[in-house]
Write a protein that binds this ligand. Sequence first.
Ligand code: ATP
Length: 431
Amino acid sequence: MKKEKDDKLGKIVSLCKRRGFIFPGSDIYGGLSGFYDYGPFGTDLKFNIKQEWWKNIVQARDDVVGISAAIIMNPKVWEASGHLSGGFTDILVECKKCHQRFKADDFEGICDNCGNKEFTEPRRFNTMFKTFVGPAEDSASVSYLRPETAAGIFVNFKNILDSTRIKIPFGIAQIGKAFRNEVNPKDYIFRTREFEQMELEYFVKPGEDKKYFDEWVDLRFKWYKDLGLKNIRKREQSKEERAHYSSATVDIEYEFPFGWKEIEGIANRTDFDLKTHYEHSGQDLSYTDDSGEKFIPYVIEPSAGPERLMLAFLCDAYEEERNRVVLKLHPKLAPIKVAVFPLLANKPKLIEKAKIIYNNLKKYFITAWDDRGNIGKRYYSQDEIGTPWTITCDFQTLEDDTVTVRDRDTTKQERIKIEELKNYFFQKLNE
Ligand code: ATP
């Protein structure tokens, strides 16, 4: 069973490289551990995941606004948040023989690398990437690549209050890069050193935090279900596992080939962040409601990484059938929505007609063109990258302006009028 699961991940890794979803970072120089590049289909898939999140969290709601903060921030931010003073450290042990380092809490007493059983005493290691701002490489110019996007939201809390008409309860959302010098980047794109985060900080009145926490756990779980993700569960973290500022955390977990793992965490961060930035910056970060009551809001944080989600969606979608490999991705996530084929590549009339359809659909959907090889090979190629619908323009098309539309999952075909195609796909996408 384990071998079968390892094989599945191996097959996904190879499909992703072969079809241009994911490449090792700096590939021609042998890669760099913990960094990946995203190819044409991978970029679209990641973009679609982020877009669905943004639509759900920002666009569809009246109480959430978006921001895009700088990656490098004043280091005082990280002093205040506790990231510099120990809040963002891993406890490590080092193999005495090959010097490989392991997280003390994720370590089984034997070195994965060389089999040695002798290790150093545990010690702390800060996982923030350090850099210098400006030309002088001295301690005054040290800064850090942000290890989470949330801080950019907290430091803009006052700016948002002053510049918008938003009232509590309300949220600020952000999608952007985060960097963690992970000790053991592993499991493909599950744990990398550079990744993105999609984070919402939802500010509420103290006392109402429990209600909103439960609401966000349910909303986030539903989002995955609506996008067709199977094999997920909620798991409440124990007091010992939780971050020091959190009064409750629920992880949404997916069953990867390497086990059940977190894909998103929803935490009740209490008033920790606003309070600490209030104290350190001296800026009033309290909120006064319509009745004149002044308080420091509590915050509920759903936080997820699009790359980790992408791996979950890929593992869930990957299926091997009798004569094909198919990615049964939700159509909203599929990199290409429709592919257009002329039945034969050597019939100018068919090509001309199919090109008109292709050029028209391209205005509304990411559409592919394929006139290579035979139809069977073209279907195979589109199934493998998860394209939900393929259109074939045949001799009947020239007579009655209809085409066949093949459904990726059922492989059934139906005849549709060319003029109805746009609405047909819009409807299918929003089913
Ligand atoms: P883990 O315990 O797996 O290290 P975490 O609890 O530190 O994760 P959070 O700080 O809660 O993670 O980050 C929120 C989300 O950001 C995670 O659920 C995950 O989707 C994503 N994420 C965190 N670290 C990484 C990473 N190194 N690579 C890819 N995605 C990550």
